[in-house]
Design a binder for this molecule. Structure first.
Ligand code: ZN
Length: 750
C-alpha cells in the first residue's frame, strides 16, 4: 500500500492498485453488520451462477468446470478488488462466441495465453487511470454487438437443444440451411427438456428478478430426466483432479494472431464490464463506480481465474442485478457468491453431473433471446435512424461473417464514430431576446472538420442588424487546431469590418490561438468571463430585463435538451431515484448541480438561507424536515450532504447581527445562532460556515428516519464546505477532525 500512497501525490492521474481506497470497505466486510442480507444475496446469486457458468463454458467451447472455476476465482478476486461493490463477476455470455472461435483457431492453450495477455492489459489500463477510455464505444455498436452475439449463441445452441452432437462452431448460415435435416434427427426428450428450461427462465424473468430461473430450469429438467429415465447427454463428472494447464510449446504459437485476439478480448471484456458496472450503479442507486478500480479488479480476477484453469470473465449485468435485488449490502455478497459456488459444486457434484446438456442449452437460448433486446433497438430507432442503422449493420456483419472479424470491424466502426463525434462542431446563431445582441455559439472541438461551421457564421453576418452586437460564445470549445485557428481570425475581422460590436467568451486554447492573430490587443479587450459580462460590455445589460433573460435561458435549455438529452428526459419523466439529498445555501453563487457535475435525477436539492436543518419539532413550518423525511423515507437516498460556503451572508449576519427590518431572517437564523459557541470569539464567517454544517449534521441525526437509516447502514452524512473563489470543495474528515479538499491535488502544470 505504501508505494501507492507515496506516488499518488506526484502524479494524481495514475490510479495504481487503489488498495488504500479499498481498505475501509474491506474493514466493513469483517464486521458482523449486514452479514445476513449479504449471505442471502450471495446464495441467491451462487444458485443462479452454477447453471449459467456451466452453460456459458459449453458455449465458449471449453469444459463446464472451466466456467465454474471462473465463477469462483474471478468472482472472489473481483469482489475484493473491483470498483463497484455490487458487481458480480464470472463467465459472460457476451464473451462466449469470441472465446469459442479462439479455441477453434488456437486451441485451449492459445485461449489461455490470449486471455492472460488481455487480463494484464486490463490491469495496466486501470492502474494508469485510463479506465474511461473503454466507455467511449457508442451505444449503437454495443447494442449491435450484443444482439449479434445473441443470434450466434441462439443458432449455435439449436443443435444441442435438439439433442444432436454440436458441430464444431457451426456457422450461422450452415445451421439455418440445414435446419430441416437437424429437426429430422432431433431427440424428442432433449427438445422437451430444452423447451422446459427455456420457458422457465423466460417466465421467471417476467415474474421478478428475485427468482433464480436458471436454477429452477436445471432442477426441473434434471428431476424430469431422472424420473423418466431419459436417454440424453449429461454434464458428466467434473474432473477437478485432472485440472491442469494446457501444455504450451512457445515455438508453435502464432504470436501475431494471438496478440490480435488478446486485444479483441481485452476490448470486449472491458466494455462488457464497464457497461455492467454502469447498469449496477443505476440499479443500486449508488454513487458512480470507479472505472479504473473496476479494471484493476477485473485484471487481477482474470489473471487468477485463467491461471487456475478457468475462462476469462467479466462483470455480468444479470447476476449483478440479481445481487442488488436480493438485498446485497457490501462487497461481501459478491465474494460469498464465489465461495458458495465452490462449496455447493463440491457438495453436490454427483447431482451436478446428472444435469442434461439440453437443459443448459435451453437456458442459453433464453439468454440469447434476452441479448437481442428488441426494446432497446426500437428506442434507438426512435431517437436516431443513423444510430439504429449502425446498430443493425454491426449486428448483421457479425452474424453473416466470422465473429472475430465482426468484432474487429465493430471496434473500428466504433473508433471512427467516436472520432467523427469528437470532431463534430455545432454552430448556431440566435438573437438574445427581442432587442438584445445575437449569440453566435460554437460547441465542440474546433478542428478542420468543423471549419465549414465558421463559414456558416460568416455567411450569416450580412443579414444581421449590426447595432445589436454579437456575443461570440466559444465557452464550449475545448480545443482548436491550427487550421481552424486560422479561420477564426477572419471571422473576427469580418465582424469588425462591418462595425459590429462584439464580446468573446472563450477558453484558454482558443484565446492562445487568437492571440497570434491579434495585432494590437484589440481582441483581448473584447474577452469576457461569461454572458452577463458580455451583455455589459455591449451596453445591452439594461435592454434585457430579468424576465427576458430567464425566457432566453429556458429556450436555450430546451434546444440543448432536445439535441442531446432526449433519452434522459424521457427516462426522468417516469420518476426520480436520486442517490443524494443535498442541503445548500440559497446564495446565487452556490450551484449544487454545477459543483457536483450531477445530472438531472441524481441529486435531491434543498436550499435555504444559511443551509440550516432545524432539529425535528423545533420549527412550526418544517420545510426542511419535509425534505429530509421525503428524501430518506420515500426516495431512499444513500447520503445527505450539507454544504456551507465562503462569503455566506447568513454567517455574516450571525457574526455581526441581522440588518434591521428582517424579522423572518432574525427568527430563521436563531436555529443556527449557537454556532457562535463552537468557534473562538471574533472568528471569521468562513469558520462559522464550517462549524455550522457540523451542527446541521447533529440536527439531522435527531430525525427518526435518519437515525433508523444510519443504524441500518443505509445512509451516510457528509459535511461540505465550498470555497467559491478557489472552486474548491472540502469535506469534513472525522478521523482528522478537519475539513480537507475533496479533489486530489493536481499536477502543478495542469
Ligand atoms: Zn450562504
Amino acid at each position: 500500500m505504501s508505494p501507492g500512497t507515496s506516488t499518488s501525490r506526484a502524479a494524481a492521474r495514475v490510479h495504481g492498485l487503489g488498495w488504500s481506497r479499498l481498505w475501509p470497505q474491506w474493514r466493513a466486510m469483517l464486521q458482523p453488520r449486514d452479514l445476513a442480507p449479504d449471505a442471502i444475496a450471495g446464495l441467491t446469486v451462487a444458485l443462479t451462477a452454477i447453471p449459467l457458468s456451466m452453460a456459458i463454458a459449453i458455449a465458449s467451447g471449453v469444459a463446464p468446470i472451466a466456467g465454474l472455476i471462473t465463477a469462483v476465482v474471478a468472482g472472489v478476486v473481483a469482489a475484493l478488488f473491483g470498483g463497484s461493490a455490487w458487481s458480480v463477476s464470472g463467465p459472460a455470455a457476451a464473451m462466449a462466441v469470441l472465446l469459442a472461435s479462439i479455441v477453434e483457431e488456437h486451441g485451449v492453450a492459445g485461449l489461455a495465453l490470449a486471455s492472460l495477455l488481455a487480463a494484464a492489459l486490463q490491469l495496466l489500463t486501470g492502474m494508469l487511470g485510463l479506465g474511461r477510455v473503454a466507455r467511449l464505444v457508442p451505444l449503437p455498436v454495443v447494442v449491435g454487438f450484443t444482439g449479434g452475439i445473441g443470434v450466434i449463441i441462439f443458432v449455435g445452441q439449436l443443435p444441442r437443444a435438439l439433442g444432436l452432437p454440436a458441430p464444431d462452431q457451426a456457422h450461422v448460415v450452415d445451421v439455418v440451411t440445414h435446419i430441416g435435416e437437424l429437426i429430422e434427427h432431433a431427440s424428442i426428450a432433449a427438445v422437451g427438456l430444452a423447451l422446459t428450461a427455456f420457458l422457465l427462465v423466460v417466465v421467471s424473468g417476467r415474474i421478478g428478478r428475485k427468482i433464480p430461473g436458471a436454477l429452477l430450469a436445471v432442477i426441473t429438467a434434471t428431476v424430469a430426466a431422472e424420473a423418466m429415465g431419459l436417454e440424453v447427454e449429461r454434464v458428466g463428472p467434473l474432473p477437478l483432479s485432472s485440472l491442469s494447464w494446457p501444455s504450451l510449446h512457445p515455438g508453435d504459437i502464432d504470436w501475431t494472431a494471438l496478440v490480435g485476439d488478446a486485444l479483441v478480448i481485452y476490448a470486449l471484456a472491458s466494455l462488457e464490464t464497464l457497461l455492467s458496472a454502469g447498469a449496477v450503479d443505476r440499479l443500486a442507486r449508488s454513487v458512480p463506480h470507479d472505472p479504473n478500480q473496476e479494471l484493476v479488479g477485473q485484471g487481477l480476477a482474470n489473471l487468477a481465474a485463467v491461471a487456475a484453469g478457468g475462462l476469462l470473465g467479466t462483470a455480468v449485468i444479470a447476476r449483478s442485478g440479481l445481487n442488488v435485488a436480493a438485498g446485497a449490502r457490501t462487497r461481501r455478497a459478491a465474494l460469498l457468491h464465489g465461495v458458495l459456488v465452490a462449496v455447493l459444486v463440491l457438495s453436490f457434484a454427483p447431482i451436478v453431473a446428472r444435469v442434461p446438456l439440453a437443459a443448459l442449452a435451453g437456458i442459453l437460448l433464453a439468454i440469447a433471446v434476452g441479448m437481442l433486446a428488441p426494446a432497446e433497438l426500437v428506442s434507438l430507432w426512435r431517437q436516431s435512424r443513423t444510430e439504429a442503422a449502425v446498430c443493425l449493420a454491426t449486428l448483421f456483419t457479425m452474424v453473416a461473417f466470422d465473429l472475430v472479424v465482426g468484432v474487429r470491424v465493430g471496434v473500428i466502426a466504433a473508433l471512427a464514430i467516436a472520432a467523427f463525434r469528437h470532431g463534430r462542431t455545432d454552430a448556431t446563431v440566435q438573437p438574445i431576446g427581442e432587442h438584445g445582441p445575437y449569440r453566435f455559439t460554437l460547441r465542440g472541438p474546433l478542428t478542420f472538420l468543423g471549419m465549414s461551421r465558421l463559414d456558416e457564421l460568416r455567411a450569416a453576418l450580412p443579414q444581421l442588424q449590426g447595432p445589436r452586437g454579437i456575443v461570440l460564445d466559444l465557452a464550449e470549445v475545448p480545443s482548436v487546431d491550427v487550421s481552424a485557428g486560422d479561420a477564426l481570425a477572419p471571422l473576427l475581422s469580418d465582424i469588425e469590418r462591418r462595425a459590429i460590436a462584439f464580446a468573446l467568451i472563450a477558453r484558454r486554447p482558443v484565446l492562445e490561438v487568437l492571440a497570434r492573430h491579434d495585432r494590437d490587443g484589440r481582441w483581448a479587450a473584447r474577452v469576457v468571463a461569461d454572458e452577463r459580462a458580455a451583455l455589459r460590455l455591449l451596453g445591452a445589460a439594461e435592454a434585457l430585463g430579468p424576465e427576458e433573460r430567464l425566457r432566453d435561458g429556458v429556450a436555450r435549455f430546451q434546444a440543448v435538451a432536445r439535441d442531446r438529452h432526449q433519452a434522459l428526459f424521457e427516462h426522468l419523466a417516469k420518476g426520480q431515484s436520486p442517490h443524494t439529498l443535498f442541503v445548500a445555501c440559497a446564495d446565487s453563487r452556490v450551484s449544487p448541480l454545477l459543483i457536483t457535475s450531477a445530472e438531472p435525477g441524481e441529486v435531491f436539492v434543498h436550499r435555504n438561507v444559511g443551509n440550516i436543518v432545524p432539529p425535528p419539532g423545533g420549527d412550526d413550518m418544517p420545510a426542511e424536515g419535509a425534505a429530509v423525511e421525503y428524501a430518506v423515507g420515500v426516495l431512499g437516498v444513500k447520503q445527505i450532504v450539507v454544504c456551507g460556503h465562503s462569503g455566506c451572508g447568513a454567517m455574516a449576519a450571525i457574526a455581526g447581527g441581522v440588518p434591521p427590518g428582517l424579522p423572518s431572517v432574525e427568527r430563521w437564523l436563531g436555529f443556527a445562532a449557537h454556532v457562535r459557541d463552537r468557534v473562538p470569539l471574533g472568528a471569521s464567517p468562513e469558520a462559522l460556515a464550517r462549524a455550522n454544517v457540523l451542527i446541521q449534521l447533529e440536527n439531522l441525526r435527531r430525525y427518526e428516519v435518519v437515525r433508523a437509516a444510519l443504524e441500518r447502514g443505509a445512509l451516510t452524512l457528509q459535511a461540505w464546505y465550498y470555497d467559491i473563489a478557489a472552486a474548491e470543495v472540502e469535506a469534513w474528515d472525522a478521523e482528522r477532525g478537519a475539513f480537507t479538499p475533496l479533489s486530489p491535488p493536481q499536477a502543478a502544470s495542469a
